[in-house]
Design a protein around this ligand. Sequence first.
Ligand SMILES: Nc1ncnc2c1ncn2[C@@H]1O[C@H](COP(=O)(O)OP(=O)(O)OP(=O)(O)O)[C@@H](O)[C@H]1O
Length: 597
Amino acid sequence: MHGLKSALLTIWRLILPYATTRDAGEMTIPLIGRVRLQERWIGIGLFISLILINLFQVALNVRLSYFSRDLYNALQEMDAAAFWHQLLAVFSPLAAVWIAIAILEIVVQYIFHIRWRAWMTRRYIDNWLSGSAHYKMQLSGAEADNPDQRIAEDINLFIANTRTLSLGLLSQVATLASFAAILWSLSENFTLPGTDIAVPGLLLWVALIYAVLGTWLTHIIGRKLIGLNFAQQRYEADFRFSLARLREYGEQVALLSGENAEKEQLGQKFGRVIDNFMAILNRQKKLTLFTASFFQASVVIPYLFVAPYLFLKKVTLGQMMQTVDAFSRVQGALTFFISAYTTVADYKAVVDRLSSFEHAIDATRRQEQRPGVQPLLDHPVRPTSDNGAIVISSVDLRLPSGRTVLSIPDLVLNKGERALVTGRSGVGKSTLFRAIAGIWPFGAGRIALPKGASVMLLPQRPYIPIGTLLDAVSYPSTSDIYPKEEVAHALQAVHLGHLAPHLDDEGLWGLTLSLGEQQRLSVARALLAKPDWLLLDEATAALDEPMEKEMYALLAERLPHTTIVSIGHRSTLDAFHDRRIELTAAGVGKDTALTPA
Ligand SMILES: Nc1ncnc2c1ncn2[C@@H]1O[C@H](COP(=O)(O)OP(=O)(O)OP(=O)(O)O)[C@@H](O)[C@H]1O
């Protein structure tokens, strides 16, 4: 019981944000035109329409059950006129309304689904990306597996199942209420078969006992499916992700002839998919054996009870057929849970996956706000400096494990001064840059940035998004921000002018461009973005020395107001900087003034 309560609460928490959003929405309604309303009212309005449609369908079913009684009675009495009347004057208009309602239901269902999905997907993407939560989740180990699957698939399934199960339940309750009344009145005077013991509403009691027993047994047999379905989704997503990753790193795998290792790993991942699938099959087999027998038996039961009365001529054929129909409807409503068990099992898995994803994001944010330590990232407001410098005071950079990687008691990076940060590999240079950029959550201390200053970081291996070359060069801005000519000029400046005619070409640019070309493309991004601070983390390490020199000269010439701080190992970099700061395990080692060439 407690489990059910907490599951319902979790579902409610997932539904609530859409039901209470104040976001503006717009919708075109036939005959009325375009309406602007808060999105929640549109969603709630659509859902209420679905409820009404479902109730109307139940009412139609009740009406049809009387049609069926009258039709069979007409047949039994060989009354042709009554038969044709029932078929043409009663059934035909009911059937026409039935069809129209079915179409309306589909349309409303689809619109409701896509609107809720669009809203929820946007919200999840926002939450996942804001404050670099996607990255910090990975770092802190709070990451929920396969976030892509949760956003792309689980939201979709959650909405589809919430709709089918809630509306299904509602229409089954309505069916139960209306047909239970019919069943009661039809079997009001029944006696236990073969005896004179009167049991009013006998068939209703039979249906009730039978269904409660069936539902309980279904749950006992099927409950393992919930965990198995959860695992299945995870294994499928792991396997898919490995394939996608292999595609991305195809060249490295081919160069290292890593295909055998890949095959082995893919085989293992797919093996898990198969093993779990077989476990599901096993469980499903037992469940189906039970539910199928249960449903087959329930076809015969009403006949067993009513047929003796028909032969004694105590009920008409029409009454018997209506009783059979009512029994099966009541039975169907009561055993809704049984037929929907697999959906419920899937649903529970999806709900768990979405809520654990939300928890992981929340946990990451809470970690940033842990009391007791002066958080490195004063999220969402970062400390600012008044003198235009980046001021680092008492900073202790740690790893996710808690181990300190670098301590810097005091370091000021002055505006306009080109600084080169050096130090042995692994000393923590990149981690310091991450902390300055505001994405490294582990550690304590204070890093103050000039108020309102924009900071851009160019890593050694630039990220190239999937899309056109224009998308790649404009990144992190969108491709409509810069005029194309400006982008083409930036490409020319970094000696990639030959790519300018291909700005609109879609391609795997991250795979086709050499690392040096990608680094130059990254410099072009900086030329376009004109940040106040540019942090180059070995961002030109793949270039030959003359080209590297040219890139630094270009940045100095085109971005005279940008302060450059570089990380690098090459001694030739000294010539482009005013100051060299050497980091050591003990903190800042030598801090030397340089004379730029
Ligand atoms: N996400 C992470 N989880 C655990 N350890 C990490 C993580 N990122 C970095 N580290 C560790 O932190 C230390 C510092 O890494 P960092 O990348 O800052 O070094 P670096 O000085 O830039 O090295 P290099 O010159 O080789 O690029 C390394 O020992 C690295 O293994």
